[in-house]
Structures are given as structure tokens and as C-alpha cells.
Design a binder for this molecule. Structure first.
Ligand code: KIV
Ligand code: ZN
Length: 548
């Protein structure tokens, strides 16, 4: 047997005893209150924590996006954090409808310093936390449950003792840190002790963190539902979620937690944060948006949000990050490209706005991304993607019947190159295949008259195998007459297909023609561009002749 042996080093979570759980039958139908913890949890996890200027830039972005609750730091922990809080307040950076949140441990001098930091703010969430988990009680603190509860309730008493110094509105938030590693009954009992000490007549935010994500998201949801169902003080509680992403399921855990009864979410932009990060609020919000729910955040300019985040955190967003990554609106596989191309065309033709493009769960333009970037080409791409690029980038509408031939030529090029190719590469391939003059059959001019009976007589001037020739020919229309002129010098061909369209607007516009010919049993496509459509058609015949 290969792989890692089953062992007794790890054990699975026993799960939560929850009869008749309700959350699996629910849907998320309302937007939670978002609280950004970028400037605290996110910042504390950076290789280079943000400077005051970077924090200000980030704070401004969060306000512009519409966050109404923003954790601005842990002001009693360091001078930089303290100064940032003071700067926000003293320089009036906090809009009246935005509440700042500060984090603090249940220690007297830290609580005192925190009150100094928030002086002058209108609305503050005072976020008190202490660790409650089995492991921390045993290994870090060496304290029993009553002693851990005492830390929390003593913290509340100290906060209460400073309330008369503060003129703004203060909401209490309490987090039993490492909630996911704590017995659920103990989490409930410590939160209720806090609420009782603070006052059951006020709303308190009870934040239930997956400080470390330890199990599948359904167990987290069970914990949230169990907690909501079993507390005596549900009315006094705003249940808040704060998930980390250790198992890669922070978004799922948060979504199930909302179904289980929570109404508030703490997280960061693009999931920055300790270890594998906090839950990504951008993903959560756009997940809601794609279910038809207003996320109450402005994410219409993701490139701007990303550039501020990149600059301040110095952590680039991964190319495959949901909604935001450079490659998420790109399809390399031919069948995907083809379906997207058809979906896009269908989307612009139909009368209702419902988004129905295969492989794209969201319209890229809703988040400030563009269609042009959607299809990129590598050796997995097919004719559909090639045709899409030619049309989207150069206005060249390669006829359906010609697409397999050109698709194959591009595929050979990408195979040779061995990596992604650009739109310019595709254009260059088209140009060198169909448009570049070739001395074997070189078109110079075609002068013609159309008779009253619509027949046509003309003179073809061309260089054929190095010889400068002027040949007359007549037929049903200019192309037929040109074909007849070629026939007189032994070049026989039949035209199998013909397409044309204007390439650009205005009086100086060019036309492009595509012709498929059969000569000596061989079928080839050609293309020609000229300001005169007849000449474009004849150039296309010459292009095909050279290819035969
Ligand atoms: O992850 C966590 O538990 C925290 C707390 C301070 C809420 O960040
Ligand atoms: Zn955290």
C-alpha cells in the first residue's frame, strides 16, 4: 500500500450532537454585516507589516468599498497600532456611518491604553478575546475552565470601569479564541458569562472563530446552530463568524455558518491573514452576488482593489484566485473557448439580462475585467478560440468552414512554441499564411467592365512564376472573369466558397474576402484585403493558389 500510513498522531473530530439540524435546508438570503480585519489579522500576518501610510490607503479603500465595520488594529499592542488609531480619529478619516473596531486582550493596562486610543471616535466596537481551547488551557495557560472564564469576565469589568471616559457609542465584541478547539458547552458558558457581566439588555457581538480550521465545514455549521439554539441570551447576541482557511474551506465554513444562524462575518480581502489566511470577503461577497443577492460592497473595480492590496500587503493575488486571479476569465481548452464564444454571442443577442455564458459564473465586466482577456491560446486551444481572438482583436470574421484549417495552422505554431501565444502571434500567423505576397502568383491589378447582361470582361495583370502577364477573361462577374483569365494560361481552379466583409468603418475602409478553391483535387483557403472588394476577392484567390 502506498501513501501515508494510518496512524494515531491525528484524530477526527467526534462531531456535534445536534438533533434535527436545520442549516442544511436553509439558503443564504440576506447579506451579512461585513467586518474587515485586514488592518489587524491581515496586517499581523505580513512579512512587512503595513506602514502608517499604507494602512491609511487600505482604510480608504475599505471605506470606498462600503465596509461599515473595520478592525483597525490592536492599539494597546504597539506604538504603530496606537498611532494609526489616533491618526484616523484626529485627522477625521472615519465617516460617521463607519464603526472602527479595536482588538484587546483581557488585561487591565491594555484595556486602559485601548480607551486612550479610541478617545474622540464616534462609534467603536471594543473586541475582547481570550483563548478558551482545550490545548491552550492545558499547554499555554495551565488554567481550568473557571479560571479562563474569570479572565473574560474580569476583562468586561475593566471595560465597564472605563466607559464613563468615553463619549462615543461603544459596542462590546467577545471572541472565545480557538472556538473550534473548545468544547462547545464551554464556549457557550463563557460567552453567556460575558453577556451576563456586560448586560443582557444590550446587543453584544459574539464572534465564534475558527482560529484554526480543524474539520469539515458542516461541523463548524453544526457548532454555530448548536450555539444559537442553546443559548439563553440569543436576543442579546449578534452571532459573528471569523474563519481561517487551514483546510482550504474557510469560504465554505462561513457560508454554512451563515445558514446556521450567524449574521456577521469577519474576513479580509483576498483572504490575507495568519498562515493560510482569513476567509476571503471578496469571494464571499461575489458568491452572494452570483446568487442574485446584493453583496452591499462595491467590487466593480477588482483590478483597483487588487492593486491597492498588492501594494500594501506585498502579497500578490494568485492567478487562479476566485473572481480576481489573472487567469480566471481565460479558457485555454478549445471546447471551453468555443462554448464561451457561443455563449457571449447568445448573451448579446437575447433580450433578457440573465447571465448564461458557459464556463463563466460571472460577467467579467461586472468586476471591472474585460472580455478581451477571456480567451487565451496555448496548444490546448481550438479553432473557436483562434476565431474569437481574430474577431475580437482584429475584426477578422473567419468563416466557419475556414476555421478548422486556420485553427490547425495556429495549433502547429503553438505546439512548436511550447507555451502560450498572444493575439499578435495569431495575427502574424494569419498574415504570413494568407496575406503575404508570394512571387509564384502575384496579383497586380484587374480592370473590368460589367455588360448590360451582367457578364463581365476584364484584364488581369499578374506576375506568375516570375513572368509579367496581362491576360483577358470574361465570365459571370469579376471573379469568374479573373478565373477565366487564369485559365488561358493553364491555371484551372474552381471556387468552392466565398465570404467577404468590411474590416473597418469610414470611407478609407478595407474589405476582406475569403475564398476556398479546388485545384488539381486540392482544396485550400485564401484571404485578401483591399480597399476594393473585387480586388480583395482576387487577392484571396491568389492567396489560395499560392497555398495549393
Ligand atoms: O482567529 C482568531 O481567533 C482571532 C481572534 C482574535 C478573533 O483573530
Ligand atoms: Zn483570526
Amino acid at each position: 500500500m502506498t501513501g501515508m500510513k494510518k496512524q494515531d498522531k491525528y484524530q477526527s473530530h467526534p462531531g456535534i450532537e445536534l438533533q434535527n439540524r436545520q442549516w442544511p435546508n436553509r439558503k443564504i438570503e440576506t447579506t451579512p454585516t461585513w467586518c474587515s480585519v485586514d488592518l489587524r489579522d491581515g496586517n499581523q500576518a505580513l512579512v512587512n507589516p503595513m506602514t502608517l501610510e499604507q494602512k491609511l490607503e487600505f482604510f480608504t479603500l475599505l471605506v470606498e468599498m462600503g465596509f461599515k465595520e473595520i478592525e483597525v488594529g490592536f492599539p494597546s499592542a504597539s506604538e504603530v497600532e496606537y498611532q494609526f488609531c489616533r491618526t484616523l480619529i484626529e485627522q477625521n478619516h472615519i465617516p460617521d456611518d463607519v464603526t472602527i473596531q479595536i482588538l484587546c486582550q483581557a488585561r487591565e493596562h491594555l484595556i486602559e491604553r485601548s480607551f486612550e486610543a479610541i478617545q474622540g471616535a464616534k462609534n467603536v466596537i471594543f473586541h475582547l478575546y481570550n483563548s478558551t481551547s482545550i490545548a491552550q488551557r492545558k499547554i499555554v495557560f495551565g488554567k481550568n475552565k473557571d479560571e479562563i472564564t474569570e479572565i473574560a469576565t474580569q476583562g468586561i469589568k475593566w471595560i465597564k470601569s472605563h466607559l464613563n471616559e468615553f463619549n462615543g457609542t461603544l459596542t462590546l465584541q467577545y471572541s472565545p479564541e480557538s472556538f473550534t478547539g473548545t468544547e462547545i458547552e464551554f464556549s457557550l458558558s463563557i460567552c453567556e458569562a460575558v453577556i451576563k457581566e456586560w448586560g443582557i439588555d444590550k446587543k453584544t457581538i459574539i464572534n465564534l472563530p475558527a482560529t484554526v480550521e480543524l474539520f469539515t465545514p458542516n461541523i463548524y455549521a453544526d457548532m454555530i446552530e448548536w450555539f444559537c439554539r442553546n443559548t439563553r441570551y440569543r436576543e442579546a447576541m449578534i452571532i459573528s463568524l471569523h474563519t481561517h482557511n487551514d483546510r482550504g474551506t474557510g469560504v465554505a465554513a462561513t457560508e454554512l455558518g451563515l445558514m446556521a444562524g450567524a449574521t456577521r462575518v469577519e474576513g479580509t480581502l483576498f483572504g490575507n491573514g495568519e498562515r493560510t489566511g482569513n476567509v476571503d470577503i471578496i469571494t464571499l461577497a461575489l458568491n452572494l452576488y452570483t446568487q442574485g443577492i446584493n453583496p452591499m460592497l462595491d467590487i466593480t473595480n477588482l483590478p483597483h482593489i487588487m492593486s491597492v492590496s498588492d501594494r500594501c500587503t506585498e502579497i500578490p493575488v494568485h492567478v487562479r484566485h476566485p473572481y480576481a486571479g489573472e487567469l480566471v476569465y481565460t479558457a485555454f481548452s478549445g471546447s471551453h473557448q468555443d462554448a464561451i464564444k457561443k455563449g457571449m454571442a447568445y448573451q448579446t443577442q437575447k433580450s433578457d439580462p440573465l447571465w448564461e455564458v458557459p464556463y463563466l459564473p460571472i460577467d467579467p465586466t461586472d468586476v471591472g475585467r474585460s472580455y478581451e482577456a477571456i480567451i487565451r491560446l496555448n496548444s490546448q486551444s481550438g479553432k473557436g478560440g483562434v476565431a474569437y481572438i481574430m474577431e475580437a482583436e482584429y475584426g477578422v470574421q473567419i468563416p466557419k468552414a475556414m476555421q478548422p484549417e486556420f485553427g490547425k495552422i495556429v495549433q502547429e505554431f503553438t505546439d512548436k512554441k511550447g507555451k502560450e501565444i498572444t493575439a499578435i502571434d495569431v495575427w502574424n500567423t494569419f498574415e504570413s499564411t494568407y496575406l503575404t505576397p508570394n512571387p509564384n502568383f502575384q496579383f497586380k491589378s484587374f480592370k473590368y467592365n460589367v455588360n448590360e447582361d451582367e457578364t463581365c470582361e476584364g484584364e488581369l495583370h499578374a506576375i506568375i512564376n516570375g513572368k509579367d502577364l496581362r491576360q483577358a477573361g470574361s465570365g459571370n462577374g469579376p471573379l469568374d472573369a479573373c478565373k477565366a483569365a487564369l485559365n488561358t494560361i493553364g491555371v484551372t481552379l474552381s471556387v468552392q466558397a466565398y465570404h467577404e466583409h468590411a474590416l473597418s468603418q469610414g470611407s478609407n475602409s478595407n474589405a476582406i474576402a475569403y475564398v476556398e478553391i479546388e485545384k488539381d483535387g486540392i482544396k485550400k483557403w485564401g484571404a485578401g484585403i483591399h480597399s476594393n472588394i473585387t480586388n480583395a476577392g482576387i487577392k484571396a484567390i491568389f492567396s489560395a493558389l499560392n497555398r495549393v
